[in-house]
Design a binder for this molecule. Structure first.
Ligand SMILES: *Cc1c(COP(=O)(O)O)cnc(C)c1O
Length: 458
């Protein structure tokens, strides 16, 4: 089909939206390793997980076999407020680059929370409500997850307690106020409101916090308060499952015009948007029906895939969470505070870690300044002010398009544009003032935290 027939934006209609989530694990021969009980070293059972997570979400977490899980109608209806999201042909960026490559991006920033995280937040809030709970607790780093969860909890009338990484709480006061507007209570982490927070503060006075610390605090509060459960915005299998709507819509939109991508690119923090975007494509790859290059892009300052170790590790600094087998920098790894964007988590989704380990996908890391250069070019050509996290994927997409320019190949590139950057203007200010620096941890930094990995499951 000739290019001129492909519109700038490929929209699906409401009745073309997915009615089931796709569970990629069902098509994996090597399943992701199970979560382990840190006390016994044995796989966690549903009974052990239900004090922490909502019952239905525990079932989804442990289900490696059901290929399609129906999306409850209430969630489908909520999705219709901001979905289907457009798949955009980046004609203007292509022209600016002078590349023969065809670039598409799936834009998930068209909702108030500004990112893809609402796709899972609404599902998790729905199951909490259905179970008759009073509320949920969580952590948030850059603030997108907390914002999305606050919106979802407000919709279902649930209480929402958010532990926000201190550096973000201070640097991103506007996010905090959006969450409070939607009715959430927001506490900077580490805090003195929890046992684990007090312990971390005593050990590391003046710490700017990390997602790992905030998770420990949120889990403690959920397990100590009746009627509360903990919810997590990334990393877990259930979150990747909910995010499969991104990939399913992308595939449906591409199929409408008979477009076959050569490569699919996404940024990777805990792996949820990437896992969701690639799900149906990776499924085809696993079943031997099609082949794609799938590329995870992470920050050079927090390089779990490219410099981490594939091992069981804690998801949190306080070491109270289950152990997950993943590419990890060690749960005691605290990324440099100078790193402006999100993507600060020390580990990576077990599902993606297994797929990467088995050679089904690639990973690369990119430096902060190069990421913001890509963000600036994207904003000036495509008009959208991208989130710094998303801009990691933009960087890689631009680099691949420039390779096509050299080789003359007309590759089709699809990348995930996970969100907008309106709340990241402190980082943009640093970039605009020429004050942004690149920080890359040394081998010694990484070795020191990897040396503290728990000795289990080997
Ligand atoms: C949270 C976030 C990410 C990274 O999280 P994943 O779970 O790896 O998808 C990327 N982009 C935006 C805009 C985010 O808010």
């Amino acid at each position: 089909m000739s290019d001129t027939k492909i519109p700038y934006k490929i929209y699906l209609s409401e009745n073309e939206m997915p009615t089931s989530w796709y569970n990629l694990r069902a098509d994996m021969k090597n399943k992701p390793a199970p979560l382990l009980n840190p006390g016994t070293g044995k796989p966690l059972t549903a009974e052990e997980l239900t004090p922490i997570f909502c019952d239905e979400l525990v079932a989804q977490e442990l289900d490696n076999d059901t290929k399609f899980i129906p999306i409850p109608e209430e969630i489908q209806n909520f999705y219709k407020m901001f979905r289907p999201s457009p798949l955009v042909r980046a004609y203007c960026l292509e022209e600016k680059l002078g590349t023969p490559a065809k670039i598409y991006y799936k834009f998930e920033g068209n909702n108030t929370s500004g990112s893809h995280k609402l796709n899972s937040a609404i599902a998790q809030a729905y199951y909490a409500k259905k179970q008759g709970l009073k509320g949920v607790t969580t952590e948030t780093g850059a603030g997108q997850w907390g914002t999305a969860l606050s919106m979802a909890c407000a919709y279902f009338g649930l209480d929402c307690k958010v532990y926000m990484v201190k550096v973000s709480y201070e640097q991103k006061p506007f996010r905090r106020e959006v969450m409070r507007t939607y009715g959430a209570s927001v506490v900077p982490s580490p805090s003195d409101t929890t046992e684990v927070g007090r312990k971390i503060l005593a050990e590391f006075p003046g710490t700017t916090g990390s997602l790992g610390c905030a998770i420990s605090e949120a889990v403690e509060v959920a397990t100590k308060n009746p009627g509360y459960r903990y919810v997590l915005g990334s990393v877990l299998n259930q979150v990747l499952l909910h995010q499969s709507v991104i990939g399913l819509e992308t595939k449906a939109a591409l199929d409408k015009y008979g477009i076959k991508p050569d490569m699919i690119i996404g940024c990777a923090g805990g792996g949820s948007n990437l896992g969701g975007l690639i799900a149906p494509f990776m499924g085809e790859k696993l079943r031997g029906e099609a082949d794609y290059r799938i590329i995870a892009v992470e920050p050079a300052s927090c390089p779990s895939f490219t410099r981490g170790t594939f091992a069981y590790d804690f998801c949190d600094t306080g070491k109270i969470c289950p152990l997950a087998k993943m590419y990890t920098l060690g749960s005691s790894f605290i990324p440099s505070a100078n790193h402006a964007g999100g993507l600060r988590f020390h580990g990576m989704s077990s599902t993606l870690s297994q797929l990467y380990h088995d050679g089904f996908m690639e990973a690369r890391s990119v430096e902060q300044t190069a990421v913001f250069e890509a963000a600036e070019m994207f904003a000036r050509t495509e008009g959208i002010l991208p989130a710094p996290e998303s801009s990691h994927a933009i960087r890689a997409a631009i680099d691949e398009a420039l390779k096509c320019k050299e080789s003359g190949e007309e590759k089709t590139i699809v990348f995930g544009l996970t969100g907008t950057g309106y709340f990241d203007l402190v980082a943009y200010q640093k970039y605009n003032d020429g004050e942004m620096s690149d920080y890359i941890p040394t081998d010694e930094d990484i070795a020191a935290s990897v040396a503290k990995l728990p000795k289990v499951g080997e």
